[in-house]
Design a protein around this ligand. Sequence first.
Ligand SMILES: [Zn+2]
Length: 77
Amino acid sequence: MFFIFGIGPKTKVIQKSQFVCPVCRSRSAYELKQQRNYFSLFFIPLIPLSKAKGEFVTCLNCGMTMPSTVLNHAQSN
Ligand SMILES: [Zn+2]
């Protein structure tokens, strides 16, 4: 009986909305993602090993990934 296990990051989309992208400077859809390391068995992530490493935003227009703090800037005006 083999056990295949490992530790790896898993990315989860926690929010989808729109923002004004600071890179391509147009109103586009974004995905807010969160990354965590998981202990996985048979390639199924089972146990979260750490607190969320942080959130980041991917602009679906230009594909650029940036820190989630850009959302605070975008919403403050
Ligand atoms: Zn963009």
